[in-house]
Design a protein around this ligand. Sequence first.
Ligand SMILES: [Zn+2]
Length: 162
Amino acid sequence: MPILRGRDVDKLIEPYHFALEQAEIGRREGGVPDGAALVRGGSLLAAGHNRRVQQGDPAAHGVIDCLGAVGVQEEYADTVLYVTRPPCPVCAEAILERTIPVVVVGDDSFCAGEIGLLNSRGTKTLVLEDSRTRKLVAEFQRLCPRLWSADLEGVPDSTGTV
Ligand SMILES: [Zn+2]
């Protein structure tokens, strides 16, 4: 990835709203606010959200739902994945398997996830510290603390502790 400056960064950040919208949809459905969107050249390829509650599937995280909806792509080199929270080990493996080069994360204040693993394997990550995402997650944590922790079982928290 070349050096990013000024408006380049704005362009990179802009499509984040696709992922946040997905987290909000999931929340409205009574699920865990966890959204993802895969973008190429600023255009949305696919988006998805956590369906743990909706489908009773603990593995149905936002990233998995989104990448499943994308279908098979020949090339991921020019894509950016937007996620509202840091990927868990399973989601991180799915990202690495496809060699998605850039992952933009909404907020990492509630869990660190596998950002370190992604970086160590050559995937660039950018954390937005997005206040809307933080508010959405904080509210969900307050109302459904057990559901949030169950969904992130085995995922490093913001201090790096599993
Ligand atoms: Zn996951």
